[in-house]
Structures are given as structure tokens and as C-alpha cells.
Design a protein around this ligand. Structure first.
Ligand SMILES: C[S@@+](CC[C@H](N)C(=O)[O-])C[C@H]1O[C@@H](n2cnc3c(N)ncnc32)[C@H](O)[C@@H]1O
Length: 220
């Protein structure tokens, strides 16, 4: 069941603006994260460092890019191709504006795309990042199949998601998000690890930070 009139991500609901504001404000947003989901916003920022370690000429896919929070990992002049993909046009517009502000617009290619049907060739990205994403998708297992399909062997996949096994404390948020049409069925930590392993990702790691789980692995 879904509450009518609230709108999903593509309708740019008020929640999208609130969420975006929270991730771009380390102090006030960080407090919201700490009290709301018992997670450190700075852990998300730290996870984006992986992007800054890519050599010139590398290709990275950020899906869903949202308002572009992961761009903080990208360095001006790094000379990588950064494909920012999201199902919502408004989110891509925010990422484009953020890229301009950060002086990295020349490296960023915005693409409207559904993570469950990515419009990219197999094995073509050196890094796939998916922050705060899996719990928003209608079929997170399918999203993992697609993200690992476009990742080249030896490439890294990393990201985060609100997990279904983070405890009853977060259940009202998960249920409310689903009713609003903003959250999908979600998944547990072991499910994410299993889906990654099934796609040839070696020894995937999962680190919990409150309701959020951070995963990372290398495609064999
Ligand atoms: C909570 S935001 C996270 C965005 C960003 N990665 C971050 O950490 O701030 C979730 C994003 O998922 C996008 N989204 C939802 N369903 C999607 C789908 N099927 N394919 C691609 N993006 C999707 C939404 O438009 C929204 O921008």
C-alpha cells in the first residue's frame, strides 16, 4: 500500500530536498543522521575518498547520484569520466550544479537511468559507487546484478544502504518510507554480501554504522 499524493523520487517530493540538504550540511545534517538513524554522516564522506584515488582516464559510475554528495570525492583536474546516473531529472540537475560549484563539471556526465536497466556496456567502469541507494530501489538484488555487470573485472564496487536487519528501532522509518513510495523492500546485510558474492565480487566487506551498512568488494 502506498499513500497517494506524496510522490516518488521522480516527482521531486519535499523529502528529496530535505534529504539533500541533510547530506550537504555536516553539522546540522550530521545531527539529523546521528539521531535519526544512529549513523555518522562523515562515514559517508569518507567512503567517497575511493573516487579520489582513481587514476587519470578511469571511469566511475555513481548510481544513484542524488544531489551529488559523492562528488566531494572527485578532485578538480583528476581527469576521470564520472557518470552520474539517477532516475530523477531534478536530482541530476542538482548534481550538475554541485559539480559546477566544486569545479569538476568538466569530468561529470549526467545520465537519466534506472539502476535496474543501466544503459551501459558490460565491464566498462573501474569503480561503481552506490551510496544510500539499495533501500530506495524496487528490486535491490536486480540493481546489484546491473551494477556488477557494468563493472570491469578487477574494478571496485562500493556503497551504502539502510538495512532491514538494523533493528526494530528503525522499522517505523522503513515502513513510512515504503508507504510514501520513497523506499523499496530493502535488504539485510547478509543479503547484500550474498548478492555481491553471487556476481563474482571477492570477499565483500560490510561495515555497519547505525541503520546504514557500507559494503565494498572487488570484481573477480
Ligand atoms: C536517498 S537518495 C541517495 C542519493 C545519493 N547517492 C546520496 O547518498 O545522497 C536516493 C536516490 O535514488 C534515486 N532512485 C530511486 N530509484 C531509482 C532507480 N530505480 N534508478 C536510479 N535511481 C533511483 C532517487 O531519485 C534518489 O536520488
Amino acid at each position: 500500500m502506498r499513500v497517494p499524493g506524496l510522490g516518488g523520487w521522480s516527482d521531486d517530493p519535499l523529502w528529496a530536498t530535505v534529504y539533500d540538504w541533510s547530506v550537504e550540511h555536516p553539522r546540522a545534517g550530521g545531527l539529523l543522521w546521528r539521531f535519526g538513524i544512529q549513523s555518522e554522516l562523515r562515514r559517508l564522506y569518507a567512503a567517497t575518498d575511493e573516487i579520489g584515488r582513481l587514476p587519470a582516464g578511469a571511469r566511475v559510475l555513481d548510481v544513484p547520484c542524488g544531489g551529488g554528495v559523492a562528488l566531494r570525492g572527485l578532485r578538480p583536474g583528476q581527469d576521470v569520466e564520472y557518470v552520474a546516473a539517477d532516475i530523477a531529472r531534478t536530482m541530476l540537475d542538482r548534481t550538475t550544479a554541485a559539480a559546477r560549484e566544486r569545479g569538476v563539471a568538466d569530468q561529470v556526465v549526467p545520465r537519466v537511468a534506472d539502476v535496474e536497466q543501466l544503459p551501459f556496456e558490460d565491464d566498462t567502469f573501474d569503480l561503481v559507487v552506490s551510496f544510500t541507494g539499495l533501500h530506495c530501489f524496487p528490486d535491490p538484488a536486480r540493481a546489484v546484478v546491473e551494477m556488477t555487470r557494468v563493472l570491469r573485472p578487477g574494478g571496485v564496487i562500493t556503497g551504502s544502504a539502510i538495512l532491514n536487519d538494523s533493528g526494530l528501532r528503525h522499522e517505523p522509518m522503513r515502513r513510512g518510507g515504503r508507504l510514501a513510495g520513497l523506499l523499496g523492500p530493502g535488504c539485510t546485510g547478509p543479503e547484500v554480501v550474498h548478492w555481491l558474492q553471487a556476481r563474482g565480487v571477492l570477499a565483500p566487506t560490510l561495515e555497519r554504522s547505525g541503520a546504514m551498512g557500507y559494503f565494498r568488494g572487488v570484481k573477480s
